[in-house]
Design a binder for this molecule. Sequence first.
Ligand SMILES: Nc1nc2c(ncn2[C@@H]2O[C@H](COP(=O)(O)OP(=O)(O)OP(=O)(O)O)[C@@H](O)[C@H]2O)c(=O)[nH]1
Ligand SMILES: [Mg+2]
Length: 325
Amino acid sequence: MDIAQLGDKILTGDRRALARAITLVESGRADHRAQATALLEQLSSARRQAMRIGLSGTPGVGKSTFIEAFGMHLVGQGLRVAVLAVDPSSSRSGGSILGDKTRMERLSRERNAFIRPSPSQTHLGGVARRTREAVALCEAAGFDVVLIETVGVGQSETVVAEMSDLFLLLLAPAGGDELQGVKRGIMEMADLILINKADGDLKPAATRTCADYAGALRLLRKRPQDPKEFPKAMMVSALQEDGLVTAWDEMQALINWRKENGFWEATRANQARYWFDQEVRQALLARLDTPDARAMMDRLSSNVADGTMSPSAAADQMLRGHLKV
Ligand SMILES: Nc1nc2c(ncn2[C@@H]2O[C@H](COP(=O)(O)OP(=O)(O)OP(=O)(O)O)[C@@H](O)[C@H]2O)c(=O)[nH]1
Ligand SMILES: [Mg+2]
C-alpha cells in the first residue's frame, strides 16, 4: 500500500480512502502499525480540526435515532459529519449494526456523511487507540463534526470524553421520581444532558426528569471550562426532530466560549498528554506479554515462592531483562 498516496487522497476528503485508513489503524499487525503511524504523521501536518462530540447513552435511549436526525440537521447546514462508534463490550451483534444502518438510513446515503461502526472483539485500550486515530483521520479528511458514540456501559465514557471537545449524555424519561442510576462520574463529564423521547405520552415524565437533572447539575462542583449555565439539561425528541436546533445552538455557544477563553486549546493539549501517557504505559505492559517475558516471569515467580529470591530482587531482574527501552 502506498501510504503517501493514501494520505493525499484522505486530504481531498475521499471517503473510500478514509475507510481504508481506518481499517489500517484497526489492524493488529506490526507492519500495519508502522504504516498507520507514518500515515498519521503525514496527515497531522495539515492541522485540520473538527468539532469532536462524544455521545453516550444506555441501550435503547435513542442514540442512533438522535445521530440520524442531528446528523441530517448538520448536513443540511452544509457541514460534513463523521460518525464513529466505541463499543468495548463487543456484545453488539451483526443484527445491531444492521439495525443502525436502517436507523441511520438517510444519513448513510448523504455524500457529506461518513458512518463507521465499531470493530468487534477489541480490548478497551485497543478501542481507544483505534477511535482516537480514526478521529484524527476524519479531521484530516475535512469533516467539520465528528460524533463519537458509545453505549453507556462503564469505562468507555471516559475514553470518549478524553477525545471529545464536548460530551453529550442522552437519557430517557424516568418512570419513577428518583434519578436514574446515572453514576456521578458520568454526570460530571457531561456538558449537555439531553432528555430524549420528550414527545407524546412521555412528555410529562421527560419534563420532570429534565428538571431533576438540571437540579442535580447545579449541585456539581463548578468546572473552570464552563461558562455560567453550563452544564445544562434540556429536552429533545430525536424521533420528532424536536429541540435539535436548540441543542446545536447550545453546543456552538459552549464551544465558542471555550475557544475564546483558551479552554479549547488547553483541553486538547491535556488530552494529547493523557494519550501519550496511556500509550507509553500500554507499550510497557505489552512487553510483559511476550512468550519470553512470560517464561521469565514464571521462573522468577517460582524463585520468589520458594524463598530463593526476594520479590524486589526478582522484579528488578525482570525489569532489567525485559523493559529496556
Ligand atoms: N418516542 C420516542 N421514541 C424514540 C425516540 N428516539 C428513539 N426512539 C425509539 O427508541 C428505540 C431505540 O432507539 P435507538 O435509536 O435504536 O436507540 P440506541 O440508543 O441507538 O440503542 P442501541 O443502539 O441498542 O444502544 C427505537 O424504537 C426508537 O424508535 C424519541 O425521541 N421519541
Ligand atoms: Mg444504536
